[in-house]
Structure formats: structure tokens, C-alpha cells
Design a protein around this ligand. Structure first.
Ligand code: Q46
Ligand code: ZN
Ligand code: ZN
Length: 301
């Protein structure tokens, strides 16, 4: 296996690109894919202050690393979810990366700062933990970004994640979600812009990137992900990709290029009717926002 660029020994092959790369040209490939995603979807301006949502896993640490390498002013935000040992080890990975590279990491701890954690929220709502977790993350990343003067929140969703979410939304014809499934969500009153610069890179590429860059990430998955529907969708997509490389990217980019627009109206309608939360002031359709209601039910209100 030889590098497509220099013909030296390759360390990774990427079947959907029909290409293999040596370590240096693989790192270059990753940077180019991010640069292209940012440019194609107009994700970032040169002088944007970027807040990276950091979990301690491979995707978010690689994203942070790539954005800094590409010259962006990017700081991290780590959210302590209170999921036992898993959260402790994720915290360590995020802090170690930031400290080693001299990057600025903000931290918010659900239990210490908001009086609840994900296990208590799941118990109080009798729902799967990922619902409460996703809601808390969306609210806090946005709020912290606004309060601390960032222009945009960047998340580490990669091609595999996007394909799995898309499949889930298509299987249930979630037209509102389909309308919002974009690599860029523009800012709006009360919302900063949200971007997914890793959308052109797969899970395996992100793991390889971290290894080659010496980034120590937490390998274990969140223990609460069990039963999460997206894991099943990923398995199905991996089987399809294995038989015909390029399926995932054709699925995601075909949707974005040719189909997404048809659902854009379904997403717009939901954003149009927003007022202010009477507790925290965030945009909401009701009197009290979903985050404040969750916090109240989980014992932190
Ligand atoms: S951290 Fe949270 Fe994930 Fe764990 S509880 Fe579910 S959503 S699986 S990315
Ligand atoms: Zn090479
Ligand atoms: Zn609120």
C-alpha cells in the first residue's frame, strides 16, 4: 500500500476515496477536508472566535486540533455530565489535551453549577438519558458561547454521525429535524451559529488522526449510549459501506445538495414563534424553556 501523493509507505487507506496515505499526507488530507467543509458550507470567518464542544473523545479533540492547525482562534468547552467514571476519565482527557498544548478550556459542571446530572435527569424524566443529555448540551453550549463572547460553536459530528442521524430522521420522516440537519445552523436572536467541520471525515479517520498527532483521547463509549438507536443505524450503514464504499458520503451529501431544501420550511416554522424563557431568558416556544423545565424536574431548579 503506497501513499497516493508521495508513493511512500501508507499508514491508512480510505476506500471511499480510493486512496491510501503516508502519515504526513494523511494529516494533510484531514486538514484539507476540514478546510473544504468550512469553505463549501461557509462555516467560519477568518476572525471568528470559535468555541469547540469538547467531550474528551477522538472527534472533538481532533476537531479542536484541526481548527487550531488551520489558524482559527478556537477554545474548548467541556461539560461535566456526571456519568460516573466515564465522565471522570473524559474530564482528564480534555484537561490533559488543553494543558499539553496550552489551549484554553472552559468547564461547566452540571452537578456543581446546575444542581443535577444526566443520570438524575434520566431518572426524573423516565426517558432515555440521551434526550436529557442532548438538551442540556444544546442549551449550555449556546448559552456559554453567548455569555463569553464566541461567534460560533463547533461540534465534532463526523460523517458517520451525520449519516446515522440522517438515516434515523428518514426512517421516521422527521421533517422538522431533516430541515435542520445541516452542517451549518445560522445564528438567530438568542442563538449563535453552529457548525460541524468534520462532516467530510469518517470515524476511522478521526481515530487515526488522533494517534498520529499524539492526542490521548478517551476510547470507551458513554455507558448510557446502550440502546441508543443511532448505534444500530451505524451498524447498518457500516455494512452497506463495506459492500460499496462511498455509500455514506453519497447519502449525506446527496441529501444536502439535492433534498435538504425541500424540508427547510419545516424547520423555519419552529424558529419563528419564539419568546423568552421566564427563568433564564433563552429563546423558547413556551413560558419556561425545556432546559429550565428539565432542571426543575431533575432537582436542580
Ligand atoms: S454522552 Fe449523553 Fe452521548 Fe452519553 S448520555 Fe447519550 S448523549 S451517549 S453523545
Ligand atoms: Zn505521502
Ligand atoms: Zn430557561
Amino acid at each position: 500500500m503506497k501513499c497516493r501523493v508521495c508513493r511512500g509507505p501508507a499508514v491508512i487507506d480510505i476506500r471511499r476515496h480510493n486512496a491510501a496515505f503516508c502519515d504526513q499526507h494523511f494529516l494533510h488530507h484531514c486538514r484539507e477536508q476540514v478546510r473544504r467543509a468550512v469553505k463549501d458550507h461557509q462555516m467560519l470567518l477568518e476572525d471568528d472566535r470559535v468555541l469547540v464542544a469538547v467531550s474528551g473523545g477522538k472527534d472533538s479533540l481532533a476537531l479542536w486540533d484541526l481548527l487550531v492547525e488551520l489558524g482559527y482562534d478556537a477554545d474548548g468547552l467541556y461539560l461535566g455530565l456526571g456519568i460516573g467514571d466515564y465522565s471522570d476519565r473524559s474530564t482528564d482527557a480534555a484537561r490533559a489535551y488543553a494543558a499539553e498544548r496550552g489551549h484554553k478550556l472552559h468547564e461547566v459542571d452540571l452537578a456543581a453549577d446546575y444542581g443535577y446530572d444526566i443520570p438524575s435527569a434520566a431518572a426524573a424524566t423516565h426517558r432515555a438519558p440521551c434526550g436529557a443529555c442532548g438538551l442540556s448540551k444544546r442549551h449550555l453550549f449556546n448559552t456559554v458561547a453567548i455569555e463569553r463572547g464566541y461567534d460560533v460553536v463547533a461540534t465534532g459530528h463526523n460523517l458517520d454521525d451525520e449519516a446515522a442521524v440522517l438515516l434515523g430522521n428518514v426512517m421516521r420522516w422527521e421533517t422538522g429535524y431533516l430541515g435542520r440537519q445541516q452542517p451549518v445552523l445560522p445564528d438567530a436572536p438568542g442563538f449563535v451559529r453552529k457548525v460541524k467541520p468534520l462532516i467530510r471525515l469518517g470515524e476511522r479517520e478521526m481515530a487515526a488522526y488522533c494517534v498520529l498527532r499524539g492526542i490521548d483521547y478517551i476510547v470507551e463509549e458513554c455507558p448510557m449510549a446502550e440502546g441508543n438507536r443511532h448505534l444500530g443505524y451505524k451498524e447498518v450503514l457500516n455494512a452497506l459501506e463495506d459492500r460499496s464504499p462511498g455509500t455514506k458520503s453519497a447519502f449525506v451529501f446527496g441529501f444536502l445538495d439535492r433534498v435538504h431544501e425541500r424540508f427547510a420550511g419545516d424547520a423555519g416554522a419552529e424558529r419563528a414563534e419564539l419568546g423568552e424563557c421566564s427563568v433564564c431568558g433563552s429563546p423558547t416556544t413556551g413560558d419556561v424553556c425545556a432546559f429550565c423545565r428539565l432542571r426543575e424536574r431533575a432537582g436542580g431548579g
